[in-house]
Write a new protein. Structure first.
Lengths: 406, 168
């Protein structure tokens, strides 16, 4: 092993430890935040007994879940029943490895550590655990693995509620994956690359993609809600119909794993929204181009702020909107979001071609502004139609009995 | 025949989805900054907005006279009227011919807290109380004997007054 490879491995291990710790603690605190936000929105106080302002509540919950009895249904498929929580937990955590959370940090070291030999690193260290060149394709691929955990949990429990929940979850996640994937193609058209790093660089040069690709952002956000199985799309665990859906039969730490997976997925979707449409760690203006440790810290902090805003937004939606009906959910996915994403791809690719080759605008800021103009027109049209109820109807038309033959 | 399904005539192009959603979100956001209504229960048992009603019928109290003896004359009206049959009364008589209860026990598990015992009592001895914190470590402790009934100190219920139905 060369000293450079050893240095790279050392840094990777350190970054892994950092990201894993932050995500695990963050997820625990998000459960508290969810309860606090819900309480505030209902004029309550929320948990405030354990620790200062309830900050130790997640720890108390964790201890409770570890000490609780683990039940397992008599006719459950024991292997899959045990495996399923891990199968939804691992992909959810895996995704945090590819999100860049700060500007690259210049790291210089060269030292010898006893029998391990020489470690060396020169130049910039990207602030991401795995700087994969496939970027958001990796996220799309791994996030769809989560459906196995949910579907298998539903099936292996040998319970009707769990099975229905698992089936709903798989149908929903597969449906919305289509719209989600299609909504990211305009991002690819704009940046010409799927890697997160180059997408952020492009947004630094031009505008944040939320402006030139607003409808993409909208479709991605809605499908993101559906992918994470959160309200208004939490049909898989609809309490009023299915008790708790796919995790009905789970208890103790296994149940906790589903919870951690859900919140880790929320973090990932929010990080994706931040990175793809809100410039990632980019701070507007010239501030973030000076390099150095200070820049890394500031950009990391700014990324965190954006991320927290979107996590709050997810919770805000959850405690505002009621659950969709199942046929409305499917209709929204297949009849609204997917065609919208497809048409949007065509419009955006045409617009990009016209701007670049006919109008001859090559400055990234100007071309982004021109696309923003296109989006204002499209957005008004789409939201006007959505608002008037042309796309979604309050109730699907059913045949009255008098029209039914028989 | 198929089951008749009512077809709702929904107005088209007159409804609002986006506006209604935004309105709802504004509402929940506004609520985040409104005063909290939570009462911090064990520390705080009543607030300006809420307190236990004076007509609350909780666990019983037996009132006593100046000598500290129970006012009960063991007339037997309360076990008679009790719909849940939760009062056990064994009457006794002293040398002067005064009747008093030898045993007076109320099973608070059987009691339905109707308050009839207080209404029927001619001596205003037995009362239901304005009290709700009754936890015990064993079931046996829920049979209150005379001593326990006398030693309770919580306020007694005013019950419902037909001439003043709203308690004003």
């Amino acid at each position: 092993m060369t000293p450079e490879l050893k240095g790279f491995l050392l840094l990777s291990v350190l970054k892994m430890l950092f990201v894993f710790t932050v995500v695990m603690i963050g997820v625990a605190l998000l459960t508290l935040m969810e309860r606090k936000v819900s309480a505030w929105m209902q004029n309550r106080l929320g948990p405030n007994r354990v620790g200062w302002a309830g900050l130790l509540q997640p720890a108390a919950d964790g201890v409770k879940n570890i000490l609780k009895e683990e039940t397992s249904p008599a006719l459950a498929n024991r292997w899959l029943f045990t495996l399923a929580p891990a199968m939804s937990f691992i992909p959810a955590l895996l995704l945090s490895a590819v999100i860049p959370f700060a500007a690259p940090l210049p790291v210089e070291f060269d030292f010898t550590l006893g029998p391990l030999g020489r470690f060396a690193h020169h130049g910039l260290m990207p602030m991401v655990v795995a700087d994969v060149p496939v970027g958001f394709l990796f996220v799309l691929a791994i996030s769809s693995m989560g459906v196995y955990g949910v579907a298998l949990a539903g099936w292996s429990s040998n319970s009707k509620y769990a099975l229905l929940g698992g089936l709903r979850a798989s149908a929903q996640m597969i449906s919305y994956e289509v719209a989600m994937g299609l909504s990211l193609i305009p991002v690819l058209l704009m940046s010409g690359n799927v890697g997160f790093d180059s997408i952020i660089r492009q947004q630094q040069a031009g505008l944040w993609y939320v402006l030139p690709l607003f409808l993409s952002f909208f479709v991605f956000l809605v499908s993101g809600f559906a992918e994470t199985n959160r309200l208004p799309f939490d049909l898989p665990e609809a309490e009023s119909e299915l008790i708790a859906g796919y995790h009905t039969e789970y208890s103790a730490m296994k149940f906790s794993f589903f919870f951690i997976a859900e919140y880790a997925n929320v973090v990932t979707v929010c990080a994706m929204v931040t990175t793809l449409f809100f410039g990632g760690w980019d701070i507007p203006g010239r501030w973030d181009e000076q390099g150095g440790v200070l820049q890394t810290l500031a950009t990391g902090g700014f990324f965190f702020l954006k991320l927290m805003f979107w996590i709050f937004f997810v919770m805000w939606i959850r405690w505002t909107l009621p659950r969709f009906r199942y046929d409305q959910l499917m209709a929204l996915g297949w009849k609204v979001l997917m065609p919208l994403a497809l048409v949007y791809i065509m419009v955006i690719s045409t617009a990009i071609y016209l701007i670049e080759h006919v109008a001859g605008i090559t400055d990234p800021k100007l071309s982004s502004l021109a696309l923003f103009g296109v989006n204002v027109v499209l957005g008004l049209l789409v939201f006007g139609l959505l608002d008037s109820g042309v796309f979604i109807k309050g109730s699907s038309r059913r045949q009255p009995a008098s029209e039914v033959v028989g | 025949m198929a089951i008749g399904v009512k077809v709702m005539q929904r107005p088209e192009r007159q409804v609002s989805y986006v506006r209604a959603t935004l309105k709802g979100m504004a509402l929940t956001f506004k609520h985040m900054f409104e005063p909290r209504v939570t009462m911090q229960y064990p520390e705080q048992k009543s607030t300006t907005g809420w307190s236990l009603s004076q007509r609350w019928r909780g666990t019983h109290r037996m009132l006593t006279d100046e000598q500290g003896r129970s006012k009960c004359v063991a007339c037997g009206l309360c076990p008679q009227i009790c719909p849940a049959n939760c009062i056990k009364l064994v009457p006794g008589e002293d040398e002067q011919g005064n009747r008093y209860p030898l045993i007076y026990e109320i099973d608070e598990f059987r009691c339905i807290f109707c308050g009839y015992c207080q209404e029927v009592c001619p001596e205003e001895a037995i009362h239901v109380g304005v009290h709700f914190e009754n936890s015990e470590y064993s079931r046996g402790r829920f049979v209150y004997d005379l001593e326990r009934l006398q030693s309770q100190t919580h306020a007694v219920s005013t019950l419902w007054d037909p001439s003043d139905p709203k308690g004003e």
